[in-house]
Write a protein of this length. Sequence first.
Length: 574
Amino acid sequence: MERSAGSSRSRRRHYRPLLGSAVAVVAAAALTVTGLVSTAQAADVNNAKNAGFEAGLADWTCTGGTGAAVSTPVRSGTSALKATPAGHDNAKCSQSVKVQPNSTYTLSSWVQGGYAYLGASGTGTTDVSTWTPGSSTWTKLSTSFKTGANTTSVTVYTHGWYGQAAYFADDIEVTGPDGGGGEGPGPVVPATPAGLTAGATTTSSVALSWTAVSGATGYTVYRDGVKATTSTGTSATVTGLSADTAYQFSVSATNAAGESVKSAAISARTAKNGTGPVTSVPKHAVTGYWQNFNNGATVQKLSDVPADYDIIAVSFADATATQGAVTFNLDTAGLNGYTEAQFRADVKAKQAAGKNVIISIGGELGTVRVDNDASATAFANSVYALMQDWGFNGVDIDLENGLNATYMTKALRQLSAKAGPGLVLTMAPQTIDMQSTSGEYFKTALNVKDILTVVNMQYYNSGSMLGCDGKVYSQGSVDFLTALACIQLEGGLDPSQVGIGVPASTRGAGSGYVSPSVVNAALDCLAKGVNCGSFKPSKTYPSLRGAMTWSTNWDATAGFAWSKAVGPHVRSLP
């Protein structure tokens, strides 16, 4: 799809050695307690409060809500800071630290992830900073400063860099003479989690999610009052259940100070025994890609996507430094301030309305590569983590720069084993990718046919292509859509796994736009044998899944002309 048109937290004390043997013995009798103290060097302490983020973000201020206390990765203790730059915000987190005048302090922090800066301002002398361009392991940043004659507090800070990945920070120290602040109190027992909700179910499991609690480092899930599992995030799947059985679930929050009161219990029933995947996708469905960026199309929230769309593919996940692994970063700045909290709530609202929200991998500029066992596992683990974190129903494979069928099949099998039969799995290959069953994309689709929801081939930006009858057809016609769909229908995919992918407007792709009436005619030709062009399939495919468009945003730009015409037509198919 096109984007363009030991722990360092303990206090340390150092003392000056007393005078040598003979003099010390003579002097000892004359020294008072006060005299002893006067000869000792003042204790060096860590003047930063909540230096290890064990109490969440207490005593810290992060710009634009970019910071959060996380339980992994951590260097020591149970928490660390994660701060994510977004748009024009470099994710700066700062604290006012009490210090003594005319004193020297060492400022240090352990960092990991993307670009990370550490500094101090308001020193009364020369402000200082240091930085690293990023690291996959914990790296120590360190600098020092001297306070001015009247300085009693300084601001220490960390921040990342624009457009770079999130950074992590832990064990921040402002070591020197005690300014009267210190590390502050330890954590308190967290509040009770709210928003406990049951999600996808199988015959033996129930997926649960809840709202994060400030200061919590973990959560305990109870089934019928008995501890069932634990989680360091805001979701968990309880397994080992019986089919078609109702259970009561509750959750508590924990940290070093103890465990909260359990949440109010909710009821959830496991699925009945049956055959085939459990999916909420309707027999005939419309898929739309939602843009997590602004490329000139109408900027949307998920809540702005019309009800005509049954599957909403969030575009796109981002590659990480680990081959095969992906992450998702909401473009809050590019989406006019759309917050993560709003996005998460909109995902749940769409699902409550019977829709599926999935994460799309790839796109025109995608660089995700899965071509060995390690990257296949990294892909499966990271996509499943996104599903757990953001509530996505599944994944869309839109890798336009190469795909390895052997290892992508392994990745999707691993993901399916984790997600269960409720996984929604879609693909969006280019026309060239589905010309032959020997192609890597086509082989992948056939390899995972038993867990595949739909292949929505992109019938655009391709020029002329061969149809299943061996004739050449030009894009932009009913024949192009039907004769190329025929290759998939006769090549081994079930008709319910075939969809027609087209641009929503003339601006949505470089070429290949067709009016909604042409899309509807192609659907009729394939499903009912009517409204065909010069090519007419040898049989009909009444269970044809439906249609897809790039994108809901371009559809909105064109006044939703595409979804208003195609959506009702798809639902009217036999």
